[in-house]
Design a protein around this ligand. Structure first.
Ligand code: HEM
Length: 490
């Protein structure tokens, strides 16, 4: 597997690809019966798709197929099958679905997250990966620490009033990424920030809706009026205007050394002076910025909000993390290098990632050639859905899979780090994995060192843990009281 990973990142195709049965002798993949014309489309219209696809997996198995118009989808709901497709056979499944609506959202397929696997896409991903690495190497920990301290002050200022922290988490995560990208941070009240997040939130919400996905499977419907699609187009135009404004003002007066944008602009220039290689443009810089801001904000912020909600359900875990921080670090704030000495904190992070992977169905992949999964023939162009939520609730791997039990990740607890795949894998592994991991660790460490999170007496019930599933899995809003620990004032 190590070799497969190396190939996935260098982009070279492994010499020996696994063999598979020809279509004629391969058994057919199980799945629910479809209706005339629409196939299994109704299965995809469920209000909480990750839960529904996981229930179907219990009926049809960890690999099953769904038909939607002329698209065949294969849903994978165990970490072994997801690894087989995304990591072991990464070069077969590195594509993204060819999508009319995806093209509109991604500047004609020129984003990293939705762009198909081509030479141009590989050059683009390499460029952004390099820019992110350089910038993170110089300043990531410092940038997160600054935002964690700022968040701490915001929470102090609430003076133990019952509050919903969702927006504060969004601002903190967003400021990490805008500092890395442009050297710029925003106040919660900034209209620029609010406009951007409002429109990114809308896009992420609308993108998962069946009003939009139906247009990919049934091209004729594109001719009919579709108010949801019109709203999506409007929000995409707004998003592009805001990002363009940022990039223009960066170019004209804000150029900052060591930022991702500086590295991207320089990289595009260098790339274009070379005779060989792909031609990258300002559109690639623009779409990379969109990818980083969406990927870097919605995910970490949603995860923090889930963590506090789970801790309200099991307050004694807060005490355990707090005691660990006080004992091991003698009350100083954690550094990322302390993570191996803080198993209780790390077990909390892993368990929340397991129970609520913030990108529960990752992003759909596409077979770019005929291949196989679990011995089944998978023809070219099949859409593969890695059901991370299902894999993280697989009863064959996890004891009591629906319970919040961070202890399972402590030594002897039976939790499997190998089966935990919240960032996907292979050629499409989350581009911000290292940023995300450091954010989750430092934000949680800072918050649990300084505060105790308490359910307000006015609340009649604990936060609801089912969540709202779009591309990102978010928790419904809830209120919490943030009480400073004695150590917080030191
Ligand atoms: C808790 C934090 C995060 C989680 C759990 C997460 C998870 C994921 C997952 C599951 C995917 C899809 C992988 C696939 O298609 O197989 C993904 C893709 C991506 N993520 Fe993240 N992510 C997180 C944070 C971030 C951050 C901080 C950034 C940016 C700095 C980011 C940027 C991206 C991008 C650009 C992609 C598209 C990669 C591609 O298609 O090649 N993510 N992420």
């Amino acid at each position: 597997e190590k070799d497969d990973k190396e190939h996935a990142h260098s982009g070279t195709v492994p010499k020996c690809r696994s063999e598979f049965l020809p279509r004629s002798s391969s058994p057919s993949i199980p799945g629910p019966r479809g209706f005339f014309l629409i196939g299994n489309m109704m299965e995809l219209a469920h209000d909480h798709l990750p839960i529904h696809l996981t229930q179907l997996a219990r009926r049809y198995g960890n690999i099953y197929r769904l038909k939607c118009g002329n698209t065949t989808m294969v849903v994978l709901s165990s970490s072994d099958l997801i690894r087989e497709a995304l990591v072991k056979k990464w070069s077969d499944f590195a594509g993204r679905p060819i999508s009319y609506t995806g093209d509109i959202v991604s500047g004609g397929g020129r984003s990293i997250s939705l762009g198909d696997y081509t030479e141009e896409w590989r050059a683009h991903r390499r460029l952004v990966h390099g820019a992110l690495q350089r910038c993170c190497h110089q300043s990531l920990q410092e940038v997160i620490e600054k935002q964690a301290l700022h968040l701490r002050q915001v929470l102090m200022d609430y003076q133990e009033r019952a509050v919903d922290l969702a927006e504060d988490f969004t601002v903190a995560a967003s400021n990490v990424i805008t500092t890395l990208a442009f050297g710029k941070e925003y106040d919660k009240s900034s209209t620029e920030l609010q406009q951007l997040h409002c429109c990114l939130n809308e896009i992420v919400g609308l993108w998962g809706s069946s009003w939009i996905s139906v247009l990919d499977s049934f091209p004729l419907l594109r001719k009919l009026p579709n108010p949801v699609f019109s709203r999506l187009l409007k929000e995409v135009a707004k998003r592009d205007e805001i990002i363009q404004h940022h990039l223009n003002s960066y170019k004209s007066h804000g150029k900052k050394e060591g930022t991702i944008t500086q590295s991207l602009l320089q990289g595009v220039d260098e790339q274009n002076t070379r005779e060989d290689g792909e031609h990258l443009t300002d559109v690639h810089v623009h779409m990379a910025t969109v990818d980083l801001i969406i990927g870097g904000t919605e995910t970490a912020a949603a995860w923090l909000n889930w963590t506090i909600a789970f801790l309200l359900h099991r307050p004694e875990i807060q005490t355990k993390v707090y005691e660990e921080l006080c004992t091991v670090l003698e009350s100083r704030y954690p550094k990322y290098s302390d993570r191996h000495r803080l198993p209780v904190l790390c077990s909390l992070i892993s368990e929340v990632l397991r129970l609520r992977p913030v990108a529960p169905l990752a992003v759909p992949h596409r077979a770019i050639r005929d291949s196989s999964i679990a011995g089944y023939f998978i023809p070219k162009n099949t859409v593969v859905i890695p059901n991370l939520f299902g894999a993280h609730h697989d009863p064959a791997v996890w004891t009591d899979p629906y319970s919040f039990r961070p202890e399972r990740f402590l030594e002897g607890g039976g939790g499997s780090n190998r089966a935990l795949i919240p960032f996907g894998g292979g050629a499409r592994l989350c581009l911000g994995e290292s940023v995300g991991k450091m954010e989750l660790f430092l934000f949680t460490g800072y918050l649990l060192r300084d505060f105790e999170f308490i359910l307000p007496v006015s609340e009649t019930s604990l936060p609801e843990l089912r969540g709202i599933a779009t591309v990102v899995l978010k928790i419904k809003s809830y209120n919490v009281i943030v009480r400073p620990r004695p150590v917080a004032s030191s």
